[in-house]
Write a protein that binds this ligand. Structure first.
Ligand code: FUC
Length: 873
């Protein structure tokens, strides 16, 4: 039986939430009896009282029953550290990542906050980056020589001296601070709404239609705002309306540092160039923000546009930049043509209903491919922050799990569309001029994790920006490989919109070159899911060739063992204790020869390359022959005396045994070198490794916890999946469900959602397995999921009830052999064609059930009944 907390449809709990929420509003020390929240310095707050809306639908939506807290801090208007031209004097507040509701069309994004008397819509465009300076891509004069020296020192165990050489002679500088940046804010003032009583308040992000909205009643009028980023119309659309005619009065402004902002008719035109405190000149942009109203009028006074006595109004933001994907160092000519004008004209020619419908149908092309019902009570009357709170206190909440899973898919659909940049550390969202880690492309887990769910969550085309990025980066890195005296391509652990390939930084995190080989493994995975041979030939093959050519030159023979090892490199970004070979003194080191993760990544690189060459029928490929030879000499993963996987070639003690990177179990997930069917010893040692990390306080960041969920899914440890998913929501998830590193980092959203799918269906171990790690507690009431994709070109739909799998459906996209791994949920099975209901001949051996599938056909894989067994006899 289920033990979900009974909920009434009334809103008493919600009101209680609102009252207590005042505590969290900085400066709100007392709540007047009528619930009025007064805080004059808070620009978003309304100074009257606010009551929540009744639940209005069962749509999957992240929603809140109260307006947001403070969203700006006031900066000194002439703070020289912030640059010369600071129109607003506003700084971001920590509430941005908790309260904002993100929308995006892959390129243009926004965060809506849902203020009453004042609204802030913070905006982004994915190519707004401060630019490189003259130190960009500058490496040391002779890094190849430095590398040789460092290798010798590392082999000799003098890690300190090796790191000194690496810092002085190999590692470059990053090239100044160049960050992905905000495009600014749309600031709206509603003078009439700033006071009085507000009831039926609700702000939400509708995950099913990709629309953020706020609505409330004020003085007998219902006000509604909707915002979405339309891909088909290439614009951000903000709709404002009121239930009574001529009730809409507001003024609005567009705001960004370093910009020229003018008014032209009913539009703001903003032009400028991204930069860092006057230096690092980067992307130039042009944005127009136009308003079209029904009823009333638009006027221009005091430098601002005002809409008065309107029935409704639609604001449209169109953005153009000079970023040149083909060569970011050769920007486009922004003055050649104003592309925002035609976008505005096209949008203005359509009705709002039409724009909205076009957006929804575009979005749902992706979203509707995977549907989920984790069962349980209808929780739709509970705001998301309250759900998180009760979940954190130990209650199951299937609705919240559905939301987290679909929010992960939502974020990918909104930040990564064919032809756009890939999702960065924050997707496309961010309100700063210098983001955490520059909001860049970190390639030592974060960027890869951003795409862990792309294939299984049935969003395969959205993987494309990632592949395009590595097509470009792997070409740019050829020059860096040459500087090291090697063939192929290489780049450091982080890159950016300018295709940074320098190996830079401190040895602990900077001396690591396996990001590319890891990244390119996604191309092979994409092929396994899609069977797209053209993609394999045009993208996977050339990318692999570049990284393989480098790896073959990079690997060296360990004089002690004769085996091939990578290095000197770090095991991201961990440290170890060692005894100085000269003095015997205990020291801390970072780089070694042959750290386990490098060896596993290279094993995967060569193995996949051979598989690609084989799949494409390429004969006598010289790189393939060399890859096969290298594979046979590659130093293997070792198990230490304590039964754990050794993180380094020597059995060093970690400085931080609870480190967030769990690099040495790469072979369990994301790769599948150690599985139940092919290497149980290393799988078992991996479990011990993970548990030791956790015992020492591991999984401290959102992404680390998300990785743990995927690892336990591969270990088929359902209770651990359940525990760590709940920890992810409890410790590393913001009110708006953003993953928190801290601060906000989107990888944990994608990785966490991928982990749920990995617990539901796996296909990495020679067959498809249903519910391999799905906790019993999550199966007590009737639930289902459909549209999960599996390797081999299959789509899976599952139903369960009362702890048991009740139905499994497999649709084959391209025909061929289907293999099902039998497990406790499906110890034996009978296969029927879903259309004809005819039994399909199937073979069972070695725990696998196999049958021949026809392209386009759906099969029911059902637990065998006694009748089936008797009949078979
Ligand atoms: C890696 C991680 C950090 C952070 C950064 C963006 O270097 O070790 O935790 O996520 O990327």
């Amino acid at each position: 039986m289920l033990h979900f907390r009974a909920r009434s449809k009334s809103n008493h709990l919600v009101l209680a939430t609102f009252a207590s929420a005042c505590i969290s509003l900085a400066g709100c020390t007392s709540l007047p009896a009528d619930g009025a929240v007064a805080r004059a310095s808070d620009p978003l707050h309304h100074t009257g009282s606010v009551k929540t809306a009744d639940s209005d639908s069962a749509r999957l939506a992240i929603w809140f029953a109260q307006p947001p807290g403070q969203l700006f801090e006031e900066a000194a208007p002439h703070d020289p550290a912030l640059g010369e031209n600071i129109p607003s004097g506003k700084l971001s507040s920590p509430n941005w990542e908790q309260e904002g509701l993100p929308v995006g069309n892959g390129r243009v994004g926004a965060m809506m906050f849902g203020g009453v008397g004042k609204e802030r819509i913070q905006i982004n465009e994915e190519t707004i980056w401060a630019g490189p300076d003259e130190t960009y891509r500058v490496m040391k004069p002779n890094p190849a020589e430095g590398l040789k020296k460092a290798r010798e020192l590392t082999f000799a165990g003098d890690y300190e001296a090796a790191e000194e050489v690496l810092s002085k002679e190999v590692l470059g500088v990053r090239g100044g601070s160049r960050s992905y940046q905000t495009l600014g804010d749309i600031l709206i003032d509603f003078p009439k709404l700033d006071q009085g009583v507000v009831t039926s308040y609700r702000r939400e992000l509708d995950l099913e239609n990709a629309i953020a909205s706020t609505h409330f009643d004020h003085d007998g009028v219902t006000y509604r705002r909707e915002i979405f980023a339309s891909a088909p119309d290439d614009a951000l659309i903000v709709r404002l309306d009121a239930s009574a005619p001529n009730s809409l009065d507001f003024s609005f402004a567009l705001d960004r540092r370093y910009s020229a902002i003018t008014v032209d008719g009913n539009c703001y035109i903003m032009t400028g160039q991204a930069q860092h405190k006057g230096d690092n000149l980067g992307t130039k942009y042009r944005a127009s923000l136009c308003v079209n109203q029904n009823g009333g009028e638009v006027s221009h006074a005091d430098g601002k546009l005002h809409v008065s006595a309107a029935d409704s109004a639609t604001m449209v933001l169109a953005v153009q930049t000079d970023y040149n994907r083909a060569d970011p160092f050769d920007p486009l000519d922004l003055d050649a043509a104003d592309l925002t004008g035609p976008v505005q004209a096209k949008v203005a020619s359509r009705s709002y209903a039409d724009l909205r419908a076009r957006h929804i149908s575009d979005y749902r092309r992706y979203y509707d491919r995977l549907t989920v019902d984790f069962g349980g009570t209808d929780w739709s009357d509970e705001p998301t922050d309250e759900m998180l709170r009760t979940f954190g206190a130990g209650e199951e909440n299937p609705r919240l799990m559905e939301m987290f899973l679909q929010f992960g898919r939502y974020l990918l659909i909104s930040s990564s569309r064919p032809g756009t940049m890939p999702a960065n550390l924050q997707g496309i969202w961010g309100d700063a001029y210098a983001m955490p880690w520059n909001g860049d492309y970190h390639i030592n887990i974060n960027m890869q994790m951003n795409y862990w769910l792309a294939e299984s969550a049935n969003l395969s085309e959205l993987h494309q920006p990632y592949f395009d990025f590595f097509d470009r980066l792997s070409v740019a890195g050829e020059d860096t490989a040459k500087k090291l005296g090697m063939n192929g391509t290489v780049h450091g652990h982080a890159s950016d919109a300018y295709m940074l390939t320098t190996i830079f930084g401190a040895p602990q995190w900077g001396m690591w070159v396996m990001g590319g080989p890891w990244a390119t493994s996604h191309t092979w995975e994409h092929y396994l899911y899609t069977g797209d041979r053209q993609f394999l030939r045009d993208h996977a093959l050339p990318q692999h060739r570049r990284y393989v050519a480098f790896a073959l030159d990079w690997l060296v023979e360990d004089p002690g063992t004769g085996l091939l090892v990578s290095g000197p490199t770090t095991s991201p970004e961990n440290e170890f204790y060692y005894d100085d070979p000269g003095t015997g003194e205990r020291k801390i080191g970072h780089v070694t020869m042959g750290p386990t993760m490098d060896q596993q990544i290279l094993f995967q690189l060569f193995t996949n390359y051979l598989a690609i060459v084989d799949a494409l029928g390429i004969e006598n490929d010289p790189l393939a022959a060399r890859s096969a030879a290298a594979l046979s000499k590659l130093a293997p993963t070792q198990i230490g005396p304590d039964g754990r996987i050794m993180e380094w070639t020597s059995n060093f003690q970690e400085v931080d045994p609870g480190h967030r990177h769990i690099s040495q179990v790469y072979g369990v997930y994301p790769d599948s070198q150690f599985t139940y069917r092919n290497n149980r010893d290393l799988l078992e040692a991996s479990r011990k490794t993970i548990e030791a990390r956790l015992d020492a306080g591991g999984a401290g960041t959102g992404w680390s916890r998300a990785w743990i969920i995927n690892l336990f899914a591969r270990l088929k440890d359902a209770p651990a999946v359940r525990h760590h998913f709940s920890e992810l929501l409890r410790k590393s998830t913001a009110k708006n469900l953003f993953d928190i590193h801290p601060p906000f980092q989107i990888d944990g959203n994608f990785g966490g959602a991928a982990g749920l799918l990995e617990a539901l269906v796996q296909s990495h171990d020679g067959g498809i397995e249903f519910l391999p790690a799905w906790p019993a507690e999550w199966m007590r009431s009737a639930g289902s999921i459909s549209g999960i994709r599996a390797r081999g070109g299959f789509e899976v739909a599952l139903d369960w009830n009362d702890g048991a799998l009740t139905s499994a459906k497999l649709t084959s996209e391209r025909g061929g052999t289907a293999s099902i791994i039998l497990n406790d949920h499906l110890p034996n099975a009978i296969v029927r064609n879903a259309t004809t209901n005819g039994v399909v001949p199937a073979d069972t051996h070695d725990g696998l059930l196999t049958f021949e599938a026809e392209a386009g056909a759906t099969y029911l894989v059902q637990p065998q009944s006694q009748e089936d067994v008797d009949h078979a006899d």
